[in-house]
Write a protein that binds this ligand. Sequence first.
Ligand code: SF4
Length: 67
Amino acid sequence: MRVKIRLNEDKEVVKRVKAGLEQKGGYCPCRLERTEDYKCMCKEFRDQIADPDYEGYCHCMLYYKEK
Ligand code: SF4
């Protein structure tokens, strides 16, 4: 199985989320807690990547996983 992960095609979103990540020291900008699970790539997205049936954006919409 080949998984393809790409950035959101909307460069403004990418810019905004990346700025947020920088501000939070690499932790997810869409979440309040700074825990290991929320370090980018967060556990939620890693689980989505591992799920062969999942297609879509990560929570922050920075990345897109294609099937
Ligand atoms: S939701 Fe996206 S941007 Fe946020 S930590 Fe997870 S992978 Fe990174």
